[in-house]
Design a protein around this ligand. Structure first.
Ligand code: PNS
Length: 157
């Protein structure tokens, strides 16, 4: 079984993330969305909330599982029998950081391959932090996050 891990903070999940999850779920037998328990980063949603929001919007994707993780991503991937880390690339500016992480992960475990998928052009400008900023100041986040999460995000502010 070809299992991929799609990691992130997902604070909160955006339509850009969901696009990668949906497309990734068609390529791999199983896709594990790995939600980082951020210890040093202040998150708007706690780990349980972030996992629940992702479960809610991926419930129709039967081969998608949502789990939280702490520590090294390559260790999480190995425990879950995955040899693929799936990442979305939006822009050139993502590249440097992602390339560095891919090389570090490959150094930590050469058996695990990082695979990049280009984000759909419709979402190339969407990020969790920009969504939070727009929501904070009362802007419209429709189209940026899955519709069923809009009120939960707005309620946080
Ligand atoms: O959504 P984010 O915050 O950009 O996701 C970053 C993430 C979770 C992919 C990254 O921080 C990560 O993999 N953290 C786990 C720690 C780790 O394995 N570090 C070594 C690679 S640099």
């Amino acid at each position: 079984m070809n299992i991929a891990v799609y990691p992130g903070s997902f604070d909160p999940i955006t339509k850009g993330h969901l696009d990668i999850i949906t497309r990734g779920s068609k390529i791999y037998d199983k896709l594990i969305v790995a939600v980082l328990v951020n210890v040093d980063k202040k998150c708007l949603f706690n780990i349980e909330e972030r996992v629940e929001l992702i479960k809610k919007v991926t419930k129709n994707l039967k081969n998608v599982e949502v789990l939280s993780f702490e520590g090294l991503l390559v260790d999480f991937a190995k425990i879950h029998n995955s040899k693929v880390i799936l990442k979305g690339l939006r822009t050139i500016s993502d590249f440097e950081y992602e390339f560095q992480m891919a090389l570090m992960n490959s150094k930590l475990n050469p058996d695990i391959e990082t695979v990049f998928m280009m984000t759909s052009s419709a979402y190339s400008y969407v990020s969790s932090s920009s969504v939070k900023q727009v929501a904070k100041f009362g802007g419209n986040i429709e189209g940026l996050v899955p519709n069923e999460l809009i009120s939960e995000i707005i309620d946080k502010f």
